[in-house]
Ligand binder design. Structure first.
Ligand SMILES: Nc1ncnc2c1ncn2[C@@H]1O[C@H](COP(=O)(O)OP(=O)(O)O)[C@@H](O)[C@H]1O
Ligand SMILES: [Mg+2]
Length: 263
């Protein structure tokens, strides 16, 4: 019969072997996690590039539509150049976000950011039967990374538009200056969100636009809101939604004001 010392020795060796196996599994898991997050980042970047390519193509087509009209072509091409610049800034900022690099925050005029988003979308909302109502004070400023806040607004506005197609409706972008925060809301009069889906909409890859019955122009990737949440969390703010089926949706972003502004 093996002595107690021998038994302890063999037990000790088994524990050590198990420890080695655990370490090996841990490092494998870390490798897989970074692969998975690379996959996610690539998906997100592809999603945002797709959002930006559609208006770029429209501007380029405008430029080609009547080459004899030099003024029109020039104007459209200037928009193409401006949007390309914006696209590269957005890509840089997304890569920085994915790498966890520090953010370049600025005080920016919110109305200016919103107007640029609508220009960048190059959409005549009226053609889709959508009335746009922007109720934002001209001098209201927010603290944030401008291109990232614009990405959030662009995703919310595109979702609102999808929700109101094909019937049309009203899109209201509003902002309120509170004591220690700025509250931005994007509301639509579209189909609303089923109560069962409300808790999932900010999850990565959750979409109801994957099927043919969806009214959206493109099948959804389910990344827009996950991306919005990531950006707003990074700004130490919050994003939430109120919605009822048939009664539209209202997305609310709360961005804290920097401490020094509250004194
Ligand atoms: N304004 C809205 N009205 C109705 N449903 C919405 C609205 N915004 C988001 N949703 C719901 O949330 C889901 C996830 O949105 P998102 O992350 O942007 O992905 P995608 O637009 O690719 O589906 C949508 O598929 C839709 O079901
Ligand atoms: Mg979307």
């Amino acid at each position: 019969m093996a002595s107690i010392t021998q038994k302890r020795f063999s037990l000790h060796r088994r524990v050590e072997q198990q420890d080695h196996r655990n370490q090996a599994l841990k490092s494998q898991l870390l490798g897989l996690q970074s692969l998975a997050s690379m996959g996610t980042v690539s998906y997100m970047i592809a999603h945002e590039i797709n959002n930006l390519l559609t208006p770029l193509k429209s501007y380029a087509s405008f430029a080609l539509s009547d080459l004899d009209d030099r003024t029109l072509s020039e104007k459209a091409l200037q928009k193409v150049v401006k949007n390309c610049d914006r696209t590269s800034k957005i890509m840089e900022s997304m890569l920085a976000l994915a790498n966890g690099q520090t953010r370049q925050e600025n005080d920016v005029r919110l109305l200016g950011l919103i107007e640029e988003v609508f220009t960048c979308l190059c959409r005549d909302f009226a053609k889709d039967g959508i009335t746009v109502d922007v109720r934002v004070a001209d001098d209201l400023t927010i603290r944030g990374v401008p291109v990232q806040i614009q990405q959030v607004l662009m995703n919310l506005i595109l979702n609102a538009r999808d929700a109101m197609l094909p019937g049309g409706g009203v899109l209201i972008v509003e902002a309120a200056d509170k004591a220690d925060s700025v509250e931005i809301t994007v509301a639509d009069t579209g189909g609303g969100i089923e109560p069962g889906n409300l808790e999932n909409i900010f999850d990565m890859f959750f979409t109801t636009k994957a099927n043919k019955r969806s009214t959206a122009e493109n099948p959804g990737a389910g990344l827009g809101l996950a991306f919005c949440k990531m950006i707003i969390d990074n700004h130490e703010g919050s994003i939430s939604v109120e919605s009822e089926p048939g009664n539209g949706s209202k997305f609310r972003i709360v961005l804290p004001k920097p401490q020094s502004d509250n004194n």
